[in-house]
Design a protein around this ligand. Structure first.
Ligand code: PMP
Length: 372
């Protein structure tokens, strides 16, 4: 037996699996750490999902529809009510969470000899997709206020000629949304070299954007290399179902079929997502409340003298703390779990129910008094 067992790829040795600390509700009753929607489906939506899954259950001896035709139709129709227009089922692709959607994009369009690029601070899974798809990872940097310096971003794209540019909007963990000009400039830059790059606007939190912030879906008719990714995990309150999707040129969706595993979307997942889409207005009904609660949280934190990043998402990045871990731990000790992520000195809190946010405010006030 060799000294290294199991014989893991060299670059994976010693790497910790990605994930926020998982503490039980008994340990920490207020969980504001993974940007979930705090409101579960209504009893009617849950019953309809259960009925749809029950109908799927009697056919589980058969593989599911590999092309998830009905689900693509449902997602296209939804996107056309959520910032898009003219999106057809052939322009939609879906997988088990937008994490899988983006991994598939890197598998199909990245690979050895190619690179993928994003701008830090940003979602920490991106380099992992690149690593897993044997794609070089290149990072540019955001400005002090976490916006993109467009000239510098464009110059970096032209210099490195990435196959895939990942642009979350709103960005995680900062909450910063991108103006449409930024998407246009980077799509044009990535289309200016051979064979060109895709620009993936990751709108996992797109539904939470503030009034006046447009979705990149509007730009799809103008840029053949634009991909807009969404998820049912956040605004749709369906993180447990694992359903992410994208809208893009049909040729891009078609190409992803080469790398997807056959039948990657189970019949149970398809039935669940379709039933959820039938209840879209109700599942999304809490988005307004969450946006208002987010704005109140930003105001409260600023009122307490904290620095707070503008947020178009269902979370808020705030700081700065000389010892952020001590603050995080102080909150955990008071029953509130938030996320120690982002640039040094900052912490991220997901927006919960009013009662959960009151618990967060009380706990933070207490911790700040204690730590001075
Ligand atoms: N993109 C961003 C920016 C995220 O923050 C997340 C989840 N935290 C995802 C994608 C992936 O979400 P999911 O796989 O649940 O769709």
């Amino acid at each position: 037996m060799s000294a290294t067992f199991p014989p893991l790829r060299e670059e994976l040795q010693g790497v910790e699996p990605y994930g926020a600390p998982q503490l039980s509700l008994e340990q920490v009753p207020v969980q504001l750490n993974v940007n979930e929607n705090p409101y579960g489906p209504s009893p009617e939506a849950a019953a309809d999902i259960a009925r749809a899954v029950g109908e799927a259950a009697v056919r589980l001896n058969r593989y599911p529809d590999r092309e998830f035709t009905a689900l693509r139709e449902g997602l296209a129709a939804y996107l056309n009510t959520s910032g898009g227009s003219g999106i057809t089922p052939a322009m939609v692709w879906a997988a088990n969470g937008s994490n899988e959607v983006m991994l598939q994009l890197l598998q199909a369009f990245g690979g050895p000899g190619r690179c993928a690029l994003s701008f830090a601070p940003t979602y920490s899974m991106y380099p992992e997709y690149a690593r897993d798809a044997m794609t070089e990872w290149v990072t540019g940097h955001r400005a002090e206020d976490f916006a993109l310096d467009l000239d510098a971003a464009r110059a970096l794209v032209l210099e490195r000629r990435p196959s895939v540019v990942l642009l979350p909007s709103p960005n995680n963990p900062t909450g910063t949304a991108l103006p449409p000009e930024a998407v246009t400039v980077l799509c044009e830059a990535a289309a200016s070299y051979e064979p060109g790059g895709l620009v993936v606007v990751d709108e996992a939190y797109g539904e939470f954007r503030r009034t006046g912030t447009p979705s990149a879906l509007e730009l799809l008719p103008r840029h053949r290399n634009l991909v807009v990714s969404r998820t049912m995990s956040k605004a749709f309150a369906l993180a447990g179902a694992r359903l992410g999707y994208l809208a893009a040129d049909p040729a891009i969706c078609d190409a992803i079929r080469v790398v997807r595993l056959p039948y990657h979307l189970s019949a149970v997942t398809q039935a669940t997502a379709l039933a959820a889409l039938r209840h879209a207005p109700e599942l999304l009904g809490r988005v307004e409340e969450l946006r208002a609660e987010r704005d109140r949280t930003v105001e409260w934190l600023r009122g307490r003298g904290h620095e707070v990043a503008d947020s178009d998402a269902n979370f808020v990045l705030f700081g700065r703390f000389a010892d952020r871990h001590a603050v995080w731990q102080g909150l955990v000790d008071r029953g509130v779990l938030i996320r120690e992520t982002g640039p040094d000195g900052w912490l991220r809190v997901s927006i919960g129910t009013p009662a959960e946010m009151a618990a967060f405010r009380d706990a933070l006030t207490d911790v700040m008094e204690e730590t001075g």
